[in-house]
Design a protein around this ligand. Structure first.
Ligand SMILES: [Mg+2]
Length: 232
């Protein structure tokens, strides 16, 4: 494998702690919408769908029900900062490693851009963390690909950008906490490292066929895993 030049990362439950707080927010949104209690298990089951699809499941929105979408969106906006995400303790250390190693860092997330930029402000991880050559940042969100993870098309735009700036697919790796992250990289033929800080555990990645050396407990252990794999 060639020298590692770029790490693309998932956002939620990879760089920032998300599920605990945001699952509670989704429950609150539905409660305010029509008084219904949504089981945590339902949210967990659909967690990897991407923001908009998860909204429709949690809020029981039928296709085209614009009135209910409007109500749900208002409640999402109203409650978003009451359930803040926070950077994992080891994220700062990981970001220092990225800077020290002069590695380009990018985000590929199924979150919406609007919510992501609110997260940047709350978590203290500025958007500039993902600045890339060419005056653009490497931040790809729900609207940037036709399909979401596990579709490998989520990597189309970042790969085009990176190639233009001299980074080949075998000089990058992707980090994520979900099986959908893994499957997307598999079909895109990109190296992948899993963190188990999200709802998906070690065994689930192993059962899905991921090498144990590529499964680590948190973002802080990612540099070592990449080095071990000879991707650095
Ligand atoms: Mg995630």
């Amino acid at each position: 494998m060639s020298e590692l030049k770029c790490v693309l990362s998932d956002w939620d439950d990879t760089l920032v702690e998300t599920f605990a707080g945001k699952a509670a927010q989704w429950q609150e949104v539905r409660r305010r919408l029509d008084g219904q209690d949504v089981p945590l298990e339902l949210i967990r089951k659909h967690w990897s769908l991407g923001f908009t699809k998860l909204r429709d499941v949690v809020c029981d929105i039928s296709p085209g029900d614009e009135e209910r979408i409007k109500q749900a969106e208002a409640l999402i906006a109203e409650t978003y900062v009451d359930f803040p995400k926070k950077a994992f303790e080891e994220t700062e250390e990981f970001l220092r490693w990225v800077r020290r190693s002069k590695i380009q860092l990018g985000l590929v997330t199924s979150l919406r851009r609007n919510e992501l930029y609110k997260d940047f402000a709350v978590t203290g991880i500025p958007a500039s963390t993902f600045d890339a050559p060419g005056g653009q940042n490497l931040v790809y969100t729900e609207g940037d690909s036709v399909e979401l993870k596990p579709s490998p098309t989520v990597f189309d735009k970042p790969l085009v950008h990176l190639r233009r700036h001299g980074v080949a697919p075998d000089q990058l790796a992707y980090v994520g906490d979900a099986l959908t992250d893994y499957y997307a990289t598999k079909d895109a033929d990109l190296p992948f490292v899993a963190v188990t800080t999200g709802p998906t555990g070690y065994e689930a990645f192993l059962d899905a066929g991921l090498d144990s050396a590529r499964i680590v407990r948190s973002i802080g252990a990612v540099p070592r895993a990449l080095e071990r794999l000879g991707t650095n």
